[in-house]
Ligand binder design. Structure first.
Ligand code: ADP
Length: 184
């Protein structure tokens, strides 16, 4: 199965995406994790990404599209993949569409994890990752509203199945909602 999981920062994409990918036996690729690893490795991409991430801004589309093309071309598993945190802009969604066309494959569905902003502020303030300061969280939510919400409309227009799942509550229950919505 080829899936993407989207939702605001702090929605639980990483937690739910990891469980789902394990259950389906497919690799999960998180653009945020790949960028953080590049920072730790001190690569030029990591250093470029750093200032965007710490400011709560999006890393430029061409950098992100390069990362995704790289992992999918190198590691594409027969059984599919789950992408976490991508695409986050319409430009990324368009680039991704071209990439999938070249690979001759299609997306099966988008899992959209919904969590309200008040809950997100509480979760992220408690998590304390380097980019989880209050100002940065606010900025990431703004960026999500302005740049990432339109991606869902873009996919709805492209007739891709969007599964909206509530992201508040017990982790296992949310996971079972996702599986049910996927017909599993
Ligand atoms: P969160 O969903 O909590 O924001 P992520 O780990 O997905 O956490 O992303 C952390 C940061 O990495 C983002 O704020 C952004 O700077 C950068 N990033 C991750 N994925 C993308 C993407 N697809 N496009 C642009 N920037 C990205």
């Amino acid at each position: 199965m080829r899936l993407i999981i989207v939702g605001p920062p702090g929605a639980g994409k990483g937690t739910q995406g990891t469980l789902l990918a394990r259950r389906l036996g497919i690799p999960r690729y998180s653009t945020g994790d790949i960028l953080r690893q590049a920072r730790r490795d001190g690569t030029s991409m990591g250093l470029e990404a750093l200032r965007y991430m710490d400011a709560g801004e999006l890393v430029p589309d061409e950098v992100i599209l390069g990362i995704v093309a790289d992992v999918l071309v190198k590691e594409e598993s027969e059984d599919g993949f789950l992408l976490d945190g991508f695409p986050r802009t319409v430009v990324q969604a368009e680039g991704f569409r071209r990439l999938l066309d070249e690979m001759g494959v299609e997306l099966d569905a988008i899992v959209d994890l919904a969590v309200d902003e008040e809950e997100i502020m509480q979760r992220l303030a408690a998590r304390g990752r380097r980019d989880d300061s209050l100002d940065t969280i606010r900025r990431r939510l703004e960026v999500h509203r302005a740049q990432t919400q339109p991606v869902l409309d873009w996919y709805a227009n492209a007739d891709v199945r969007i599964l909206s799942v509530g992201g508040v509550g017990d982790v296992e229950e949310i996971q079972s909602d996702i599986l049910t919505r996927l017909g599993l």
